[in-house]
Design a protein around this ligand. Structure first.
Ligand code: GLN
Ligand code: ZN
Length: 774
């Protein structure tokens, strides 16, 4: 008999993003609620059918969501913020969407301000974003949704072996935001009765196994949470002695949480062998004699085919200790983070395609491993095939470029260093371009108007020739340069009209990247992304942006900033190869960007911005792993930037304001100027500078470009005054929070005028002070 197999969660979006379409039509009012719910139910049936066909013994239910599973959990537990109305016994679909998206004034009633949505943040270190539950001291909970039970019964009625999935109490509390920064663990006593009730109901409707997800166990947990873990599972066990509990952990090794997890009174523990691999022996010695181990053996986070021979070593070792009855196999985590199936990939190169596995293919791999593990002779050919494919990939000349390897190995410490220290560079840069105090600039993109998108779509479809498309883009650049001159900005940009995405644009021009036709994954709600796949050594065959920057510079006497995406952001927003460390891939991308930087400089561009909005989100889940990451990430940035002369200014840009944690690393980038999001947090990042003297120049964003609001001159002046209180005037730049591509010209033009006016006003004031002092 083969090993028991199961799946932890399946993509919700549908093989062709059916959910996205249905949900968005519903929001627009083009689709009735019944029809939306019917689509959702069809998608669930289809998902279970596929998982069953792949041979899974237990299928997840309740993993489906119209928007987000953490939002669903908050609704289930009655944690609905009061501004959305009371939850009742079954939170409605509209209430759920209002929590996720907020309500406009128009929808909420005349004269009202509308209702702000709940916050959203990254789900662990994935590119999926969840809705952050809002809790407060004294929070009460009550069972407020039938969804988990309905979906379990739906699956069972269709004849599927259903195993409900529930986000566990420890992770729910840990992922929530407490009003006033209180300790969410203190809410456990109020929360547990609802979990108990949920489990009891599942017991009553004949559920055999329940999967309770506790990914928070791979994080650094404060002592209050460690204590809560033991209490929670002790109580739940006592409440439902008959129901079998599978506790699922994933996304990393357990470390200090390993012993506590395996001491819990649960029937099975799911453990991520792809990321926690080095803990195997510890797991096998810690697991109690009656507990089942679910081995997360196929990586649910990447798109690569499993290496069977390596996996079998792990499985065989576990089998030797546990025996067939106590070992289950599964993907490492929910398959939410990978595309549905390779079926849709008709144009992908066949060799590359043979190296890949999306959700459906991964489930087939789990099943094959379950057979191979017990020596099923019928599965031998699959093992041979897998070996052959891995051998091809290992030896492929499309993956390995000796020139890239040689260059990466030859990087010396001097390559990571600008020629002179910042004060010397500053002098050279200012003598090349004398800039006023508080220079004004933007982050790069200007509005991607419907005309720009239409032109790109037509060109891609062959309706415009490349020459026609390029001359259209030149026209746009002409207009935007003239506009910036008229407004009076000091450092101009070309507007980024040639790119619709800051990673895709570069990936398409770099060697080592591939693009799928249909490899969509959910980013948040109805938003999906199609990340590039980095499959091989990365290099830059020819210049990528030089032509646009050179053209833009030719139109003006003012300095034109060249615009590049940095190596860490390209890495973070792609599927990354699994056959070498991420740091190695980062270095290769850095070398490719370095080539572009050098060519921009040669073309007469003397200010070059290398965007790294994803630097912070690349931080590992555990603090102990931060220094290593920050070291190679900073090195990659410096490698990409350090090729230029002193007089060429390197700028960088980041889109977050939580800055304190990594300020040393940010300073170590040694960019001449950094622009960073700051306005929404009320310039919170400036706190960092009270203790830390930021050595170079900095532009804290003074205009929240995520909102359609046009900031007034006074507002901008106030923000700049706050900055001037902690930073010297000579170090301060004036810019928006981020690029302007999602804003309309009607918002952009007045906002930029106000920004320039605010800078001029303060310049005068500062000059006055100077004279008074002299
Ligand atoms: N230069 C990019 C832009 O202006 C930066 C985008 C980002 O930071 N996400 O759009
Ligand atoms: Zn940004």
């Amino acid at each position: 008999m083969e090993l028991t197999t199961h799946n932890l969660g399946y993509p919700r979006i549908g093989p062709n993003r059916e959910l996205k379409r249905a949900v968005e039509s519903y929001w627009k009012g083009d689709l009735a609620l019944d029809a939306l719910l019917q689509t959702a139910s069809d998608l669930r049936r289809q998902a279970w059918t596929r998982q069953k066909a792949a041979g899974m013994h237990w299928l997840p239910t309740g993993d489906f969501s119209l928007y987000d599973h953490v939002l669903d959990t908050a609704a289930l537990l009655g944690a609905v913020p009061p501004r959305f109305g009371p939850p009742g016994d079954n939170v409605s679909v509209d209430q759920l969407f209002a929590m996720a998206r907020g309500l406009l004034e128009r929808e909420h009633g005349r004269g009202s301000q509308g209702i702000a949505p709940m916050e959203m943040t990254k789900w662990f270190d994935t590119n999926y974003h969840y809705i952050v539950p809002e809790l407060k001291a004294g929070q009460t909970f009550r069972l407020s949704s039938r969804k988990p039970f309905d979906e379990f019964l739906e699956a069972r009625q269709l004849g599927f072996p259903a195993k409900p999935v529930l986000l566990g109490p420890i992770s729910f509390l840990r992922l929530s935001k407490m009003e006033g920064n209180g300790d969410a663990a203190a809410l456990l006593p109020a929360l547990l009765p609802v979990y108990r009730e949920i489990l009891q109901r599942f017991g009553q409707i004949g559920c055999e196994w329940i999967q309770i997800d506790e990914p928070a166990l791979v994080l650094d947990l404060p002592p209050s949470f460690q204590a809560a873990l033991t209490v929670a599972y002790g109580e739940l066990r006592a409440a439902v002695p008959g129901l079998r509990i599978l506790l699922a952990t994933y996304f990393g090794p357990l470390r200090d949480n390993l012993e506590p997890v395996f001491s819990l009174p649960v029937d099975a523990v799911h453990w991520d062998a792809t990321r926690g691999g080095s803990e195997l022996e510890h797991v096998l010695s810690a697991i109690p004699r009656n507990m089942i181990l679910s081995l997360g053996i196929v990586d649910g986070r990447n798109v690569w085919r499993n290496r069977f021979s390596e996996s079998l070593l792990v499985i065989e070792r576990a089998l030797a200790v546990l025996g067939r009855d106590r070992l289950w196999l599964a993907p490492s985590c929910s398959l939410l983070h990978v595309p549905v199936s390779l079926e849709g990939e008709k144009r992908l190169d066949p060799e590359l395609r043979s190296w890949l596995a999306f959700a459906d293919e991964k489930l087939h791999e789990v099943r094959l491993l379950a057979r191979l593990a017990v020596g099923d002779p019928a599965s031998r050919p699959a093992l041979e095939e897998n070996r052959r494919i891995q051998e091809c990939r290992r030896a492929s000349s499309r993956v390995h470029d000796p020139e890239v390897a040689r260059r990466a190995a030859a990087v010396r410490p001097l390559d990571l260093q600008r020629k002179s220290p910042y004060p010397v560079r500053r002098k050279a840069q200012r003598s090349l371009h004398p800039l006023p105090l508080l220079p004004t600039t933007t982050i790069g993109s200007f509005p991607q108007t419907p005309e720009v998108r239409k032109a790109r779509a037509r060109w891609r479809a062959g309706g415009l020739t490349t020459a026609e498309y390029e001359s259209f883009l030149e026209g746009e650049i002409r207009k935007v340069v003239a506009l910036q001159e008229e407004i009076g900005l000091d450092v101009l940009v070309h507007g980024e009209f040639e790119r619709n995405d800051m990673v895709e644009y570069f990936g398409e021009q770099l060697a080592g990247f591939a693009f799928t036709e249909n490899g969509w994954v959910q980013s948040y709600g109805s938003r999906c992304t199609k990340p590039p796949i980095i499959f091989g050594d990365v290099s830059r065959p020819k210049p990528m942006t030089v032509r646009w920057s050179r053209f833009a510079q030719s139109l003006t006497q003012k300095p034109m900033k060249g615009m590049l995406t940095g190596p860490i952001t390209i890495l973070q927003w792609s599927f990354v190869r699994d056959d070498q460390p991420r740091s190695t891939t980062a270095r290769q991308i850095a070398l490719a960007i370095r080539d572009e930087v050098a060519d921009l400089e040669k073309a007469g561009i003397s200010i070059i911005q290398i965007d790294e909005p994803a630097l912070r989100e690349g931080l590992p889940l555990r603090r102990a792993d931060w220094p290593d990451y920050l070291t190679w990430a900073v090195e990659a940035f410096r490698l990409s930037a350090s090729v230029v002369d002193d007089a060429t200014a390197i700028h960088t840009h980041m889109c977050y304001s939580e800055f304190n944690d990594i300020i040393d690393a940010i300073a170590a980038l040694d960019a001449d100027v950094i622009s960073i999001e700051a306005s929404r947090s009320g310039m919170e990042l400036l706190h960092a500078f009270v203790h830390f003297r930021y050595p170079n120049e900095i532009g804290p964003g003074v205009w929240d470009i995520h909102s359609p609001r046009i900031p007034s001159v006074e507002e901008i002046v106030t923000a700049l005054r706050r900055a001037l209180a902690v930073l010297p005037a000579t170090a301060l730049w004036v810019n928006p929070d981020c690029g302007l591509k999602t804003r309309s010209p009607a918002e952009v033009v007045p906002s930029l005028r106000h920004m320039v006016a605010a800078a001029r006003l303060l310049r005068k004031e500062l000059a006055g002070k100077d004279e008074a002092g002299a």
